[in-house]
Design a protein around this ligand. Sequence first.
Ligand code: 5AD
Ligand code: SF4
Length: 473
Amino acid sequence: MLNVLNKSIDESRQGEAYAPNTSSQNPVAKKFFIESYGCSMNFSDSEIIASILHTEGFGATKHEEEADLIFLNTCSIREKAELTVRKRLTEFKKLKRKNPSLLVGILGCMAERLKNKLLDEEKLVDLVVGPDAYRTLPNLIEEAEGGTKAVNVLLSRDETYAGISPVRLNSNGVSAFVSITRGCNNMCSFCVVPFTRGRERSRDVHSILDECRDLFENGYREVTLLGQNVDSYYFVDSATNHVTDFALLLKQVAEINPLLRVRFSTSHPKDITDSVLYTMRDYANICKYIHLPVQSGSSRLLQLMNRTYTREWYLSKIKRIKEIMPDCAISSDIIAGFCTEEEQDHLETLDVMKQSEYEFSYMFIYSERPGTLAAKRYEDNVDMDTKKRRLSEIVSMQNNLSYESNKKDVGKVFEVLIEGDSKRSNLQWMGRNSQNKVMIFDKTQDGKLKKGDYVNVVVNEFTQATLFCTIVN
Ligand code: 5AD
Ligand code: SF4
């Protein structure tokens, strides 16, 4: 499943708002404000939505108070994500009172999951639009402006939004997400995504390569190829019958330019192939970082989760990655307290974490999602206190692993891509190495370096989250 790479492919950027004020080009244009929740797929979708709205003459605003349209691009993966959106909606009531013509739309997975029910429950909502229906947004807005509540939650078998050139929101101008597949065919029993995002489909390879080339020409230096399960990317050119799998796609993106870094997320352990690993090894600009969610370290639970691998099989995959790329960083998603989880299962999860030496993990308490296989088949029978205690043990384990991993980097030299000023000081740069670790270092006096440049640094000090470095020549 898809999780974010910068702080991870998931909750890091939750609720992050908006982008460029293009409305200044047309002072009478209606203004929209969009806020994204959940995974990076949603952030990427918001950029597609912004592009569709721009083409229709709508302008973007960063300020919800001046918007004519407010969109929340929502996530259903855990109950908490949905509750956050519900809470956010109440904050718009005041704005609507001030401006009765303000339209509020719920987009994304919650729209898909709750459909018309959202309109009944949330009187404030005017539009409900699922993840495959964004092309119809202009018509739906027109309907809503006419006073009719507008809904389109039809899922599609082939919509990939190929041909839509995303408008970059909240961009640092250096790294961008590029969506390569949509939907998911894996039926992990805890997961609502196959129901909200539909069947898996791969986007036309030509449109992916065009988008990446275009980004590079516009100064971007890093692309993250996104999909719920990128390793199952499979595109057949209808004219030539030529097949592109994920390894070939990676190679083609990497060959755009050696200065363009390539990342990807998420990999399902069952699908990542040796051919992908060899391609990663062979191209210096394919980052040595894999997000390989384990979910649980217990084979019994993995079976209940329908993950289709055992603990031993997962560990052999980790071994294979390290054999082929000893410097490859690995991160994971872990769920605490899935149905029937016993203490022994939990201990096995901690043990898999330790053996895998994860650099990073996204860690969650199990939250039952209506309609999923687990909700239908298994009882959510681990009490909340136990879930919380197990989660905190998982978090402590990860904190130790991150600390130990960073400790090993002291004295080593890494190539860093500069993303911008460090949060603390504009006298320091922040960037990442290939392994996706955050590196902070002083700017040079001559002011020659800039965002998007590569520089070699040596690690002097560290915390569990950050490496502090100095530039080397
Ligand atoms: N409860 C808790 N975590 C979940 N995830 C997916 N569904 C659930 C759920 N019902 C987690 C998985 C997935 C990540 C994106 O979210 O770990 O990989
Ligand atoms: Fe990821 Fe499994 Fe959910 Fe698909 S079903 S999105 S692989 S967790």
